[in-house]
Design a protein around this ligand. Structure first.
Ligand code: SF4
Ligand code: SF4
Ligand code: FES
Length: 238
């Protein structure tokens, strides 16, 4: 991006002002995307995988908490999170560089350091976003760089349809967002720092809250933290 070039600056202005398409280059491939589109979703929608856990397409202000979506943009001194960037004409983006891979690896290991890893007995086994990212990015689910933090939080199975196991939560915030969007706002972040968790008010069991069983949280949870309880034999949990 050449900010000294008047032609470039004029083009950028018109792209932004009139919501035009712009050209970006990801991993050497040119893409035409909406100017100022979210960079992560512009890449994903065009078949480029950038690992992500906390981004929601419709959410205007990203949480940017998982730190998996780092990319390098030519001309920027430091890697940036793709979910917080907007596509701009002439952007040249790298998704796999040694620096990015180190950052991504660290973020992934940190996420797993307080995740109760028990794939063989997990409802999300083979349909889990952590497993998918590990597979596509050649990362280990059983990394040993950080000590495991055993949370031992109570599993809420009070609700007839929903089980909530916070020991598997990766704090992506998707359930909080949909719950608030649905208008019930039963789920929210609680506590701070290493103790941060998703919780109902005062950790009340789901059945004692205003939960209306819309199941939106179950649909968005990328891991085995909120899932459909197997209520009937033969019907698999989500
Ligand atoms: S949430 Fe995914 S990574 Fe975690 S135990 Fe379940 S299947 Fe394994
Ligand atoms: S319960 Fe699931 S959707 Fe909610 S924050 Fe945790 S991992 Fe994300
Ligand atoms: S998707 Fe960008 S930080 Fe999580």
């Amino acid at each position: 991006m050449n900010w000294q070039n008047p032609e470039f600056v004029t083009r950028l202005f018109f792209c932004y002002r009139f919501n035009m398409l712009c050209t970006i280059i990801i991993e050497g491939k040119e893409l035409r995307v909406k100017s100022h589109a979210n960079l992560l979703w512009a890449a994903l929608d065009n078949g480029f995988f950038i690992p992500n856990l906390c981004s929601i397409k419709d959410k205007l202000r990203p949480y940017a908490s998982c730190r998996l979506c780092f990319v390098e943009i030519a001309g920027r001194p430091e890697p940036v999170t793709a979910c917080t960037e907007k596509a701009q004409d002439g952007m040249v983006i790298q998704v796999h560089t040694p620096r990015i891979e180190r950052l991504r690896h660290t973020a992934f290991d940190l996420l797993l350091s307080n995740h109760r890893l028990d794939c063989a007995h997990c409802v999300k086994n083979h349909n889990c976003e952590l497993q998918r990212i590990a597979r596509l990015e050649h990362l280990k689910l059983r990394g040993r760089r950080f000590n495991k933090i055993a949370l031992n939080l109570r599993v809420d199975s009070s609700h007839p349809l929903i089980t909530f196991d916070r020991n598997k939560c990766v704090l992506c915030g998707k359930c909080v967002w949909v719950c608030q969007k649905e208008g019930t706002a039963v789920l929210d972040f609680a506590y701070r720092g290493i103790k941060t968790t998703v919780s109902t008010f005062a950790e009340m069991p789901l059945t004692e809250t205003a939960c209306n069983s819309c199941m939106a949280c179950v649909e968005v949870c990328p891991v085995g933290a909120i899932y459909t309880s197997s209520v009937l034999p033969g019907i698999p949990a989500n």
